[in-house]
Structures are given as structure tokens and as C-alpha cells.
Design a protein around this ligand. Structure first.
Ligand SMILES: [Fe+2]
Length: 238
């Protein structure tokens, strides 16, 4: 990748950084509650997380058949794991290094995974005005955070590459299963957290999905900003 900009994505919808470049907008009049979810088929939907009343933005994506087959077919011992704090432009190479550790054969799908994470790091870093990020690529063997919650961060990007996606719900409806929504595999979401710089309260919660028997571990990307205007030090896993 080299310059930290999106170069190649692993999914049909091409991510670009067009129009992505604002810091969280703290000058707008505060809404009383942030609870709305914006969903779109282009990467640009993600930047609307900065708007008042918005609790989450979701970029709907459909992984290519070859990529999903590749990642679903990886044995548990070959799933790359990562937990680092680094400059945005080093995200892709860090994923490649994590793949080397697990002796993953070079190939187009491995490159797609690395370049996709590099692109998502660039997009999230630009939205959050952060030059450094905490990036986790977690191999989840169980529901790490089974209770609905709000993260103790400014905002968090999530993408599940393998397995079921994160579930979310309005706080007032968390006990009504019919009101629960769920990200699809490959979707990218940004959720506001406790430390979002606004007077409004965020009432959208999320949680890990329950694991389905026989599907193997999930592969989950989590990105937090570590040097944006309001630091969101991450201590919990979702
Ligand atoms: Fe979480």
C-alpha cells in the first residue's frame, strides 16, 4: 500500500476517501439523543457519523465469493490475529506481518484482507482526524461481550470478516429480541461511544453475536482512534 490510501478493496463496492475528511463536528447544536442509524452501499456513508442524532453508520458490503470461501476455509491456527497501535499508513503491512506469523500462503485473498484493513484504517483515521490507531484483528472463539453496551471510546469501527456480525439495538428495546438488528459478514460499521464529543447521549447499544455451533471462530476487525481530539482509550472488547 505504502501511502496509507485505499488502493484495492476485497469487496465489489470500491471504498474511496472522497468526501471523508471531517473531524467529529462539535459545533452543531446538540440533539438530546443519538439513536439513528444510517445505512448505505458506499463508503461515504461512514463519515456521517459526525452528525448530531446519528449513533451509527453502516456501509453494507457483500464479500466476493472467492474471498469469503478463502477466509471461511482457514483453519483456526491460520487465522491472523493482531493487536497494535500504529500510524494509519502502517495498517496494511501490519496485517501482512500477522499473516506471515500464521504461515498464510501469499495470494490474492490474503492481499485483499490486508488492503481492505489498510483502506478501512485510512477511512476511519480521516473521519476521526487521527494519525494513529489501535487495530485489533480478533479471533473470537465465543461471545466476548454478550451484553448490550456502549463502548468507552469516542467511536469504534467494526467489521466481521468471518462469522456472524455484531448485533445492535436501541437501549430502550434491548429486552425485545424482535427489535434486535445485526450486521452482515463484511459490513463496516462505526458506532459512537461514551466519549463522543457532544452533549447528546447515545442510546444505541451493541453486543457480540452468540456463536453458532460448528462454524468455527469469528474473525473480527476493531479500530479505535488513539490520538483524535477526544481520546477513546479502549479497554473492552465487543
Ligand atoms: Fe463494544
Amino acid at each position: 500500500m505504502g501511502d496509507g490510501k485505499p488502493s484495492r478493496m476485497s469487496f465489489p463496492s470500491q471504498a474511496t476517501a472522497r468526501g471523508v475528511g471531517r473531524s467529529p463536528d462539535i459545533s452543531c447544536p446538540a440533539a438530546s439523543t443519538a439513536q439513528d442509524v444510517l445505512v448505505g452501499k458506499e463508503a461515504e456513508i461512514l463519515e456521517h457519523i459526525a452528525r448530531p442524532a446519528i449513533a451509527a453508520t453502516i456501509w453494507k458490503r457483500k464479500p466476493t465469493v472467492d474471498f469469503q470461501k478463502w477466509v471461511d476455509g482457514l483453519g483456526r491456527g491460520h487465522l491472523p490475529a493482531l493487536r497494535v497501535i500504529l500510524p494509519v499508513e502502517q495498517a496494511e503491512s501490519a496485517v501482512q506481518a500477522a499473516c506471515d506469523v500464521k504461515h498464510l500462503e501469499p495470494g490474492p485473498e490474503r492481499d485483499m484482507l490486508a488492503s481492505d484493513i489498510g483502506a478501512l484504517a485510512y477511512i476511519f483515521g480521516t473521519i476521526m482526524d487521527a494519525r494513529s490507531l489501535q487495530i485489533r484483528l480478533d479471533v473470537c472463539l465465543g461471545a466476548m461481550c454478550p451484553k448490550f453496551h456502549l463502548d468507552n471510546v469516542t467511536a469504534r469501527l467494526l467489521c466481521t470478516y468471518r462469522g456472524p456480525g455484531t448485533q445492535y439495538v436501541l437501549e430502550a428495546e434491548q429486552n425485545r429480541s424482535s427489535c434486535h438488528s445485526q450486521l452482515a459478514t463484511g459490513d463496516v460499521a462505526i458506532f459512537k461511544g461514551h466519549k463522543w464529543p457532544s452533549e447528546e447521549a447515545c442510546s444505541l447499544l451493541h453486543r457480540s453475536p452468540s456463536m453458532q455451533h460448528g462454524t468455527g471462530p469469528r474473525l473480527l476487525l476493531v479500530i479505535d482512534a488513539v490520538d483524535c481530539p477526544v481520546q477513546g482509550a479502549s479497554t473492552n472488547t465487543f
